[in-house]
Design a protein around this ligand. Structure first.
Ligand code: NAI
Ligand code: MG
Length: 333
């Protein structure tokens, strides 16, 4: 029996969390949920978007499944997502994007896994006004050898364990010579320890173009925080959209599982949200917890449910709702 902290999240968070909890229960997942709050919901209740109680619970139970959290744009509190990743040193953000049989996409062969450095880069939170008139703003990107080694090694270890053939490191070392230059140097060094895995590096702008033209050529991809954030939304788009892609934030002692997408305020409360992304994040969690049979059964049911457009949510061309889809997945388990 595993105890897992459940943060429902903001916007579509409660709708998709409810669906995911019901599906895991029906699948016989051996999990006791420990509820906690964060984000806008917590801010409105207590004035604190990341309550101490939530931190304490994640610290104690070590695993959390988290719905999306709204972060005010341009003002207000700092991103709670970034805060959580830094607080628990969740250095590896792992985001698979694989084509689903029932979902239409021009790229039927996509099967890539993005490894995004999750604690540093331009998301280090070192931003300031450089003058009093606030007409000059600065942001500092932090890259350390240690954190680069952690994420790049995680990508190569994953490639080795999952019989993947190639790791592609994405950077901008032609311009950002020190920061992403260091990341690239570390990648070259570590690649030498994995001779059976092909290694290539590619500049971010070319990567964006290649991913749109020939995405099937990518296998395991490793990159810095901002590039990984952007490219993983791009990768989600290649396989049918943000409603479909899950992710894991892994550290040495803790792990938080969440969808790639955000709180989708444009569709919140309308029963249109696709719970697959959060569900596949929960599947990654079940694998992490050793409940592999349960994970496989849910995944198989998802693939079959996505082929039936009557019950699917509108983002994948369906005519159904969050609830009709969740019920169908449960029937197919
Ligand atoms: P978003 O990812 O919430 O939405 C982008 C588009 O994808 C929208 O059109 C939305 O309707 C659609 N979409 C997203 N998830 C979907 C789902 N499950 N089913 C169907 N359609 C879905 O990105 P946006 O609008 O830029 O951000 C909204 C808020 O979410 C912001 O406050 C942002 O800071 C936050 N956010 C939080 C994240 C997290 O908690 N990890 C990650 C990304 C954004
Ligand atoms: Mg993002």
């Amino acid at each position: 029996m595993s105890e897992v902290v459940l943060i429902q999240g903001d916007g579509i968070g409660p709708e998709i969390s409810e669906a995911v909890v019901a599906i895991l229960k029906a699948a016989g997942a051996d999990i006791t949920w420990v509820p906690a709050t964060a984000g806008m919901t917590a801010y409105e209740q207590s004035g604190n978007p990341l309550p101490d109680d939530t931190i304490t619970l994640i610290d104690k139970h070590r695993y959390a499944l988290k719905g999306p959290l709204t972060t005010p744009v341009g003002k207000g509190f700092r991103s709670i997502n970034v805060g959580l990743r830094q607080r628990f040193q969740l250095y590896a953000n792992i985001r698979p994007a694989k084509r689903f049989v029932g979902v239409h996409t021009p790229f039927p062969k996509v099967d890539l896994v993005m490894f995004r450095e999750n604690t540093q880069g331009l998301y280090s939170g070192i931003e300031r006004w450089a003058n009093e008139a606030k007409t000059h703003a600065e942001s500092i990107a932090v890259v350390t050898r240690e954190a680069s080694e952690d994420i790049i090694r995680a990508a190569f270890d994953y490639a080795r364990q999952n019989s993947r053939r190639r790791v592609t490191l994405v950077h901008k070392a032609n311009i950002l010579k020190l920061t992403t230059g260091l990341f690239l140097d570390v990648g070259r060094e570590i690649s030498a320890q994995y001779p059976e895995i092909e290694f290539e590096d590619i500049i971010i702008d070319n990567m964006a173009m290649q991913m749109v033209i020939r995405p099937e050529r990518f296998d395991v991809v490793v990159t810095t925080n901002l590039f990984g954030d952007i490219l993983s939304d791009l990768a989600s788009g290649l396989v049918g959209g943000l409603g479909l892609t899950g992710s894991a934030n892994i550290g040495r002692h803790h792990a938080i599982f969440e969808a790639v997408h955000g709180s989708a305020p444009d569709i919140a409360g309308q029963g249109k949200a696709n719970p697959t992304a959060l569900l596949l994040s929960a599947v990654m969690m079940l694998e992490h917890l050793g409940q592999v049979d349960c994970a496989r059964r849910i995944e198989a049911a998802v693939h079959r449910a996505l082929a039936d457009k009557i019950i699917c949510t509108p983002d994948v061309g369906g005519k159904g709702t969050t609830a009709t889809y969740a019920d169908a997945v449960i029937q197919l388990l």
